[in-house]
Design a protein around this ligand. Structure first.
Ligand code: NDP
Length: 387
């Protein structure tokens, strides 16, 4: 099997690398990264990749030097990233963070590859388009987000017509018990410490605001074709149950596992088979208890905003994601507070409501990118006023 990894140097990319390096039956086509050139070169040498690509043209020289004499091809820049996605491969991991992951995923589908989709922004911003692209090329998308992999696994052998609802779980993040006053003072250092999962900085902060769960609600709708009212989120601080599927006979099928992304990645890599994976086995007696609570919409407005976005449909997902990315950048830069992130997203969506493009159906990647750009500009103006 020929495999490529987009976002190889990130958290998902490293977990994917860990699984790939244990296999001797795979050919690595392309590995891509951003600024972590030393690690990209190390991975490319270890997997004897045909090609290593950095998204940044100014990093080309460093990557070329780091791979001198290795036989690995080197390229840089956005066009090179897209060309890498067009290289024939059977299985492509989409693990670039943010809307930047969208186009490479499309190109991988267009050449018929199975797309292991970690980049949740792809479905949030362009879900109907992505699913259509997969169908057009008889390509498959396999979910890698742990909740969606869990739902996918719980649905094996089931009829979608019998599905009543899907429940995805949220750890609640590091601030689950914090008051609103405390949240207003939350720092970057506190927000980037997840209680259960070891993930990239951006998704970790998104978990603290529950924006990560908000994106996942939208992702669930797009991937499984459910109505918003059929999708629920529940806070489950232990992160052992990742999702549950409720059927019309009242049965709930839960998917459980240690919080380790190598499970969902490995499931997508080995699908439709199950292969041995180097993940911890659960000791239920030692765990003792699993608890659940309703998310608090007042302290964490992200889920409410996601529901509004799901009702709006069209380009609202693209605007929501772009505004969220701007809000996150502003928080990381220390320009706005923790609670300001949700306020900024809400203001951006409100401002864009008068623009008819927000709710018009998603027809092309260009219109998604245009909405992404517009929302970033509007969010930028609001952010400047808030800072
Ligand atoms: P990281 O920030 O750890 O890694 C992101 C990767 O993308 C890195 O390889 C980075 O390169 C690269 N990258 C960053 N910006 C760009 C860009 N503009 N163009 C091209 N490449 C870029 O992210 P995660 O691994 O945590 O997350 C990746 C995706 O998977 C996200 O969409 C996230 O929501 C999703 N996801 C992550 C989970 C997790 O456990 N981490 C769980 C479920 C979903 P470099 O570092 O070299 O600069």
């Amino acid at each position: 099997m020929r495999v490529s990894v987009f976002g190889a140097t990130g958290s998902i990319g490293e977990s994917t690398f860990d699984l790939l390096r244990r296999r001797d039956d795979l050919t690595t086509v392309a590995l891509t990264g951003g600024r972590n050139i030393a690690r990209l070169a190390e991975q490319a040498r270890a997997l004897r990749a045909e090609l290593a690509v950095t998204a940044h043209e100014d990093c080309y020289g460093d990557l070329k030097d780091a791979l001198a004499g290795s036989g690995v091809g080197v390229a840089a820049g956005t066009d090179a990233l897209i060309a890498a996605a067009e290289r024939p491969a059977d299985w492509v991991m989409s693990a670039i963070v943010g809307a930047a992951g969208l186009t490479p995923g499309f190109r991988a589908l267009a050449q018929g590859a199975t797309l292991a989709l970690a980049n949740k922004e792809s479905l949030v911003t362009a879900g109907p388009l992505l699913m259509r692209e997969a169908a057009r090329h008889s390509a498959r998308i396999l979910p890698v987000d742990s909740e969606h992999s869990a739902v996918f696994q719980a649905l094996v052998g089931e009829d979608m017509a019998a599905v009543e609802r899907v429940i995805i779980t949220a750890s609640g993040g590091p601030f689950r018990d914090w008051t609103k006053d405390q949240l207003a003072q939350a720092t970057l250092a506190q927000a980037q410490k997840h209680p259960n999962w070891d993930m990239g900085q951006r998704i970790t902060i998104d978990s603290a605001t529950l924006f990560n769960k908000a994106l996942e609600l939208i992702e669930t709708r797009e991937y499984f074709g459910l109505e918003p009212a059929q999708i629920e989120a529940v806070v489950h601080p232990q992160s052992i149950i990742h999702a549950l599927v409720g059927f019309r006979d009242g049965a709930l099928m839960a998917h459980m596992g240690a919080p380790d992304m190598r499970h969902a990645i490995g499931y997508a890599l080995n699908w439709p088979d199950r292969a041995e994976l180097p993940v911890a086995r659960l000791d239920l007696a030692q765990l003792g208890q699993l608890t659940f609570e309703a998310p608090d919409p007042d302290r964490f407005p992200a889920l409410r905003l996601a529901r509004e976005v799901m009702e709006m449909r069209g380009h609202a997902g693209a605007a929501f994601n772009a505004a969220k990315e701007v809000a996150l950048d502003q928080f990381i830069a220390g320009r706005i507070g923790f609670l300001d992130m949700a306020a900024l997203v809400e203001r951006t969506i409100d401002s864009l409501l008068s623009d008819s493009g927000l709710t018009s159906p998603v027809e092309s990647l260009e219109s998604v990118m245009a909405m992404d750009q517009m929302a970033r500009e509007v969010a930028g103006h609001h952010a400047a006023a808030m800072a």
